[in-house]
Design a protein around this ligand. Structure first.
Ligand SMILES: Cc1cc2nc3c(=O)[nH]c(=O)nc-3n(C[C@H](O)[C@H](O)[C@H](O)COP(=O)(O)OP(=O)(O)OC[C@H]3O[C@@H](n4cnc5c(N)ncnc54)[C@H](O)[C@@H]3O)c2cc1C
Length: 379
């Protein structure tokens, strides 16, 4: 991540421009995009123009300096419309592009990163397979070197932006069993032998999620990202960043749930008084706020440690879990406060409620986070 200093004025100006973009170009359409299970491809270009896709990437390849706190602020602005699918889809490069930046040759980076960061091309990350997502070291998709190409066979599952990605950063097995045999390969969306099927989901409707099939799929050998056998290392570094981002989403959506619930409780009257006048409701709101407040400092603390070059793996795992548990609580209580309206399409809290589970499964499920944290702590 490019960590060069960015002054407070530029930071504030960036935040204001994102807020304007969200209010003017996303909020009016988000309900329709959710129902259509898609958003316009043009939105990537608009986000690219505003620098939204470039934050934290190397300026040499079209990136903008930005630290973790800037990513957290950006996530908060984007979360205002209450659609995790929009964030996951629009920012799928945030998991697809970092392995290219971290491991790729200067030539590969110069070829693809500017196109991705400007929104011209869409990037996705394909690690999970039908046979399992948690046990990454045992993935089965193979890439066999044949002359100046790799021949890829296997399949990937639940891939965000999988249907329309132009560049798919794919974990493949080029060597023997275990983590040492894993490499990363950049598979073009139009590679011969690649086919894709859209998947229907509980939430994140406006993002596309796909199963990918590689049948003797031919990929130029110079699309190898880094060295053969280095893929697992690249993925592990990527996971830290992805998990911080998921925690930032969970935090931001928890706040949206609280704000929505407070506004509704002020307005809705039952038995002659607003809901917020009832102690039961007020305590629900305070319980939500009580979970959200410490999360803000936990996020900031882990973010600044990552910015300092530390790898606080156990803390990132715990952060992800505490953040997603906070969101599960806040979404459940917000829907309850909304009553029947919270069960209806078109309210933010209904959508967020459907989106909670993906955050505690994707990017490393809750159980796996606990196991990894325990191992890191030497237990
Ligand atoms: C909407 C969506 C988008 C996604 N986007 C992407 C993407 O862009 N790219 C990508 O690569 N993947 C993506 N994923 C996949 C996601 O990362 C995986 O679903 C996740 O890692 C879990 O893998 P799995 O589904 O195969 O579950 P499994 O690995 O089969 O695990 C199933 C359950 O068992 C638990 N479990 C597994 N092993 C153990 C154990 N040893 N001890 C205790 N419990 C265990 C898990 O915690 C989980 O609860 C996405 C998933 C979803 C739902």
């Amino acid at each position: 991540m490019a960590r060069a200093e960015i002054d407070n004025q530029s930071r504030d100006a960036f935040r204001r421009s994102v807020r304007k973009f969200v209010a003017g170009e996303i909020a009016p359409h988000i309900e329709a995009w959710e129902e259509a299970h898609s958003f316009p491809r043009e939105l990537y270009r608009r986000a690219g123009d505003l620098g939204i896709l470039a934050v934290g990437f190397d300026p040499a390849y079209g990136g903008l300096p930005g630290d973790c706190s800037m990513i957290i602020e950006l996530t908060q602005e984007l979360a205002a419309v209450g659609s995790g699918g929009l964030i996951a889809g629009l920012l799928s490069h945030s998991i697809g592009a970092p392995p290219i930046e971290a491991l790729g040759s200067a030539q590969l980076k110069a070829r693809v990163l500017p196109e991705i960061l400007s929104g011209e091309r869409i990037s996705a990350l394909a690690v999970t397979e039908p046979g399992g997502g948690s046990d990454v070291a045992n993935l089965a998709t193979t890439a066999r070197r044949e002359g100046d190409a790799y021949i890829v066979n296997g399949s990937k599952m639940f891939i965000t932006s999988g249907m329309r990605a132009d560049y798919i950063t794919t974990a493949v097995r080029t060597g023997g069993p275990g983590m040492e045999g894993i490499s990363m390969l950049l598979i073009p969306g139009d590679a011969p032998g690649l086919s894709r099927t859209p998947l229907k989901k509980m939430g994140w409707w406006c993002s596309d999620t796909a199963a990918l099939y590689f049948d003797d799929c031919r990929v130029p050998a110079n699309n190898l990202i880094g060295q053969e056998g280095m893929g697992f290392l690249g993925l592990m570094q990527n996971f830290n960043r992805e998990r911080l981002f998921i925690a930032a989403m969970a935090y931001a959506f928890s706040k949206v749930c609280l704000d929505e619930a407070v506004a509704y409780a002020r307005e809705r009257k039952t038995f002659g008084r607003p809901l917020i006048a009832r102690q039961v409701v007020r305590h629900k709101l305070v319980d939500m706020a009580t979970k959200i407040a410490p999360l803000a400092s936990f996020l900031r603390d882990i973010g600044s440690r990552i910015d300092r070059g530390e790898h606080p793996i156990a803390d990132v795992c715990m952060l992800k879990n505490v953040a997603t548990q906070c969101l599960e609580h806040c979404a459940k209580e917000a829907v309850q406060i909304f009553g029947g309206s919270g069960y209806m399409r078109g309210t933010k809290v209904e959508r967020i409620y459907r989106e909670t589970k993906v955050l505690s499964i994707g990017g490393g499920a809750e159980e796996i986070m606990k196991e990894l944290a325990a191992r890191q702590l030497g237990w």
